[in-house]
Design a protein around this ligand. Structure first.
Ligand code: HEC
Ligand code: HEC
Length: 449
């Protein structure tokens, strides 16, 4: 970005660097996913194949979608290709957490199991790493679940610039029934399942674009310093997960399979049993990957080609004013409206697309309020990847709730914004002190995405 003052955010967008076409006046197409976009604002809105995918893709997309929805069984099972669940796991299907390809939420009360989110963990240096990097709260027969996670909330109060009060919920994580001893001093990172629309487009954004969006030392002095999460010594850029902790969809699917369901693949061939977990290690397991490569490839294709729904209420007077507010308040510095793929995307329907995800895919320090204190590759304990905002207005319709942010603490858009801190503190304050009409226009704009 080339701007200095929040008040000049409009200027940044209109004259900004490579991610916006020359002459762009800030307007963008309601077809948020470019030619992949579909028209559906109902409960099935996140379930479609990219509109421009070749008809021949439909078989693989359908098979991948079924594999995503199917409940896997422990080994051995009569239907051999769908066994291998566990020994420990979180859910028996991908769709268990990503229901209707939508978004997870935290439990509503302390006794409700964690059905569509998970908790990553890093043991304190002094304690043995008995749990691996994620708490698996379910297990097959004869193997103990690792433990259960409870979330409680403290209520925080605040007020807008005009005096209107608001409340926020600050979560507290508590682990109970731990099977292998206490986790004193460990760092926990609760994360809800994101919606899985448009991911193939994000995967196909050229690395050069990411590098142009990064500003690690804040050389332009705007208080915002996006960083790429470099995952390995070769400098592979992370794109997926709340901390951009995974490079590509093949690794993401395989990591979800082993970490969330205990299913091995050729990428992660070992069962997910830390050395102290004797019952887990002793559980019967088949030789070779539990998800064979040909099926893994189908799931990856489906993850690449889930369509993005079109925007509703585009060009309404209020949503137009809301987009102006979005730019004026400085939101677009991180939630970059427009990105593009080039001709190198693996699937033809993803090539040369201009699309509107409202993310820069960069890590940003979001301050102490959102920090999980758990580094993830290059990401620090207070950095998060800017999440895309496309489809957010449909979350209540598809997923039946309005919980936002990495751990689902925010009830709706306003609370999500009010939690922004760190590099986004100026934008949050601009929102908090904006007049009511501008705030409401902004929320209407977000609801139209
Ligand atoms: C226990 C709940 C759970 C299950 C089961 C689950 N996921 Fe996820 N999924 C998540 C969470 C939480 C994240 C974010 C992870 C992170 O931040 O590292 C995620 C992230 C993803 C992403 C990346 C989305 C993005 O925007 O970065 C994809 C793709 C994905 N999951 C696919 C799958 C597939 C395929 C399966 C089945 C093999 C699966 N998931 C099973 C909870 C789940
Ligand atoms: C410095 C970069 C930055 C700026 C500026 C910024 N955001 Fe964000 N935004 C983020 C990050 C990073 C997250 C994820 C934080 C988390 O989950 O803990 C986020 C999360 C969100 C979410 C929730 C998304 C989801 O999937 O849960 C919304 C809505 C949002 N931002 C809107 C806005 C608006 C509106 C503004 C302007 C007032 C804004 N943001 C300014 C980086 C930014």
């Amino acid at each position: 970005m080339t701007c200095v003052l929040v008040a000049l955010a409009t200027l940044c967008v209109t004259t900004g660097p490579t991610h916006l076409a020359a002459g762009d006046d800030g307007r963008f197409s309601p077809r948020l996913g470019g030619a992949t976009t579909i028209e559906d604002a109902g409960a099935g809105a996140f379930g479609h194949m990219a509109a421009n995918a070749p008809e021949a893709r439909r078989r693989d997309f359908g098979l991948g979608s079924r594999l995503f929805a199917i409940e896997w069984a422990p080994y051995p099972n009569a239907v051999k290709i769908f066994d291998g669940l566990g020994p420990t796991f979180n859910r028996a299907s991908c769709a268990g957490c990503h229901q209707a390809n939508g978004r997870g939420r935290p439990p509503e009360h302390a006794g409700e199991p964690m059905d569509s989110m998970l908790v990553r963990v890093t043991a304190a240096a002094a304690t043995p790493d008995a749990y691996g990097d994620q708490i698996n709260d379910r297990a097959i027969d004869d193997v103990p679940p690792e433990g259960q996670v409870r979330i409680r909330y403290d209520t925080i109060t605040g007020a807008y610039g005009d005096g209107t009060p608001y409340t926020l919920l600050r979560p507290r994580i508590e682990l109970v029934d731990l099977a292998y001893g206490a986790l004193d001093g460990a760092a926990f990172s609760p994360r809800v399942a994101p919606a899985i629309i448009g991911l193939g487009l994000l995967e196909a954004v050229p690395l050069a674009t990411l590098e142009s969006l990064a500003d690690p030392d804040d050389s332009d002095g705007d208080g915002i310093s996006g960083r790429i999460n470099r995952l390995d010594p070769a400098g592979t850029a992370g794109r997926f997960g709340w901390k951009a902790n995974v490079a590509d969809l093949r690794h993401q699917v395989a990591a979800a399979a082993i970490g969330d369901m205990g299913l091995t693949t050729s990428l992660y061939p070992a069962q997910n049993c830390p050395p102290v977990q004797a019952e887990c290690l002793a559980a019967p397991a088949e030789d070779g990957p539990e998800i064979v490569d040909s099926l893994l490839a189908r799931i990856v294709t489906t993850m690449r080609t889930v369509a993005v729904p079109a925007r509703r209420d585009a060009n309404g007077a209020e949503t137009d004013a809301g987009y102006a507010a979005f730019r004026r308040l400085g939101c677009a510095a991180c939630h970059v409206p427009t990105l593009a793929t080039d001709g190198a995307a693996v699937l033809p329907e993803l090539r040369d697309q201009t699309f509107h995800p409202f993310t820069d895919l960069m890590l940003h320090d979001m301050g102490a309020g959102l920090a999980d204190g758990r580094p993830d590759h290059d990401a620090t304990g207070s950095e998060w990847r800017t999440p895309p905002l496309w489809g957010l207005g449909l979350v209540p319709v598809v997923s039946g709730h309005d919980r936002l942010l990495h751990d689902g603490r925010a009830r709706g858009f306003a609370e999500a914004i009010l939690w922004h801190g760190g590099e986004a503190e100026a934008a949050r304050e601009a929102f908090r002190t904006a007049d009511r009409d501008e705030r409401e226009a902004l929320l209407a704009f977000l609801g139209s995405l």
